[in-house]
Design a protein around this ligand. Sequence first.
Ligand code: ADP
Ligand code: GLC
Length: 488
Amino acid sequence: MSGPLNILYVTSEVVPFMKTGGLADVSEALPRALRAQGHDVRVVLPCYGTIPEDLKGVRSGPCSARFNGDSIFAAWRTARFPDSDMPVYLIEHDLYFWRDHPYGKGNTEYPDNLERFCFFCMAVLDFVPQTGWVPDVIHCHDWHTATIPAYIKTRFVDHPLWGAMPTVFTIHNLAYQGRFASSLMPKTGLGWELFTPKYVEYYGDINLMKAGITFASKLNTVSRTYAKEIQTELAGHGLEGVLRTRADDLCGIQNGVDLAVWNPTSDRRIPANFSVADQAGKRVCKEALQTRLGLDQKDVPIFSMVSRLVWDKGISALVTSLDQLLKKDIQVVLLGSGDLSFEQALLKVAQDNPGKMSVTIGYNEDLAHLIYAGSDFYMMPSRTEPCGLSQMYSMLYGTIPVVHRTGGLADTVTDATPGNLASQTATGIVFNTWSDRAFINAVNRALRLYGDASAFEQVRRTGMRRDFSWERSAREYVQLFREAVAAP
Ligand code: ADP
Ligand code: GLC
């Protein structure tokens, strides 16, 4: 098949409907990029209670799913992306999805998450035939949508539409696997015969990520380095063996950036626009950031972070290093939420350092844009990072990333070594082995770079010029979809 493809894109989050992290950004940008290349992409997500009314579109029909003999009924809605005619379908089931958060409250996952998302997957297979539109391939993302490939290869194997449907499963983060007690097996909609190590059983539990990996026609993850890392014990989170058995069907496709949203020359969320050629606006953004967060109006380097505050983001390195770092003439800005212990530790340091450090706990898209635009350095000491979008956003906004060499960070940031400075390819500071000490050393390197105005400017400008557009990656996805179609 060489013409345009019909692609059903099933995800648990997508901007501007629901966002907790990078998956939502990707789920907006990749469908748009695919559509720009002539493919008919339709996106499906759950109809969460927090989605603004004006985005919810219209109720279009009923749908249902059968689990263990019981039918569960819901509705499907048809909406559109703003400024686009691309359809977005929403599965409406208030008991499951009318909640403040998609996955859980604070750090506690909802106890019925398996039931919620297995229902979602089954409801998708029920409503799509009603639209009259027939996909060529289904593109699923992470454990929340991982049972779709499993349903297709098992209970729907004789279905006239789904029986031979190719699926592509994208792993955005292997650290979150959808692991549940075996007693919930009847709620998966999969037979007990699949509860074996070959399929969904994992150390006595159900592992939905494993179902996606086992049953999808093709697999990918979101950077080339992470695709290799997850086949090793170090980053495989126990699934490295399963991933190795599918190595021939697994590739890495690096995420891009939606330049309609993340672009300092046109971003309407920041007080002044700027570009490589005219950076005056960057100074305006820095001053606005200091004013907004109550930081001293001083010309010192600002180190920032916008992140989920969880273990794998390497937050502990920041917490342990802050005492030492704050002795220097710098300012630190942090926006995020997550583990309570990290939130409290960071808030305490900020309280002790007024005017010098600001911590905002919560989720704030406008402030995030201002932070990327108004900072000098962006800290991303992730222990593992499948791709990471923040380091790319910061580079494009002239904020130099300080990162651990892992996953997508290794693939997207070029270290400011003497050689890379000489060849004018450096875009950031990269440290090799993860430790608190290595992170502090990297910040010290950043400060030395800041002290060398011409080298600092060169690195900043090289990062701003980097091409992170989605076009190439979208083409790689199309290639993968075609491979899945050829060998479902
Ligand atoms: P991950 O998906 O693992 O969280 P990424 O770097 O891929 O990491 O994407 C994170 C996305 O979430 C970025 O768009 C970042 O700006 C955004 N983000 C994270 N925390 C917050 C927050 N507290 N407020 C606003 N945006 C946030
Ligand atoms: C996950 C990963 C992140 C990646 C994002 C989008 O949340 O943690 O590294 O950028 O998905 O693919």
